[in-house]
Write a protein of this length. Sequence first.
Length: 327
Amino acid sequence: MTLQEKARGAFVGLAVGDALGSPTEGKTPEEISSRWGRVNDFLSADQGGSDDTEYALFSAKLLLQHKRELTSAIVADAYRRDIINAANAYKGAGFSEMIAINNISKGLQPPQSGQHVHSWSDGLAMRVVPYGIAAAGDPHLAAHFAREDGLVANAGEGIYAGQAVAAAIAAALSSDSLDQIAHDALEVIPNDSWTASSIEQGLSIGRSAADVWSSLKPLHSSIACSYYFWPDVAPEAVGLAFGIIAAARGKFEDAVLGAVNLGRDTDTIAGIAGAICGAMQGIQAIPDRWTKRISIARGTCINAVKGMDIISVADDLNVLAQSWSKP
């Protein structure tokens, strides 16, 4: 399998998971089951990607432009230029991004712009796929880029979760071993962090499950913060994603559909699971009918990414990764 196929799998995997998980976002497993039974495919003709995919494309655009020089200050300037303007309705944006937009509008710079009451949201974890692809085989470089981006809208656990996902994708592009991928993800974050604990707990539950469907209840009851009204808790989302991947034994369809039916922030959980599994298995593991549904960004949340082709962006990031790996 080529690095290009794995890079495509990572970005398309994010977009597919994001789109499939949109209708079930914020619901409990019981609500999902009661309304739809088991969700196994798209539920409507107009179902597409949300802010998860569009913010990832926005990050990719900046990384391709600035390469190793990308900093939090550059990301904040891009927010001012391309997101905070009359052409953007911010439809679908997460809490961490909305608060950061407000902070930046008031003149705050990172890291202050990301230091707020919702700083531990999964807004960073959902958009770090480009950093993992560009830093293929180098989890620490992927985590570095994730941190620079994260300082704009997140802090603490919100950044750790993003770093873990970015590192996992970078690792998955050079290995299909979940043990190695998990090791590399945990290595870039504090071992006493909530995110690390959630990942380890998720992996333990997933590995002991007979299959992905039998893992849903124990994962949700052990890791989901059901006592908190909003579902976008970064350590929760990342821990659940790793647990689903482990229960699915890395199989793309099982992992993504399991995440869609799990409840909580399902579009982000499914997007993370889809990105990591897609990086492990390549775009061949993703059904064509799903890939065709999400190939071009609609610009619903960020007008600046409207019309961007997800596969072409993945290819450009792959070229960037290969240019960095040359002596």
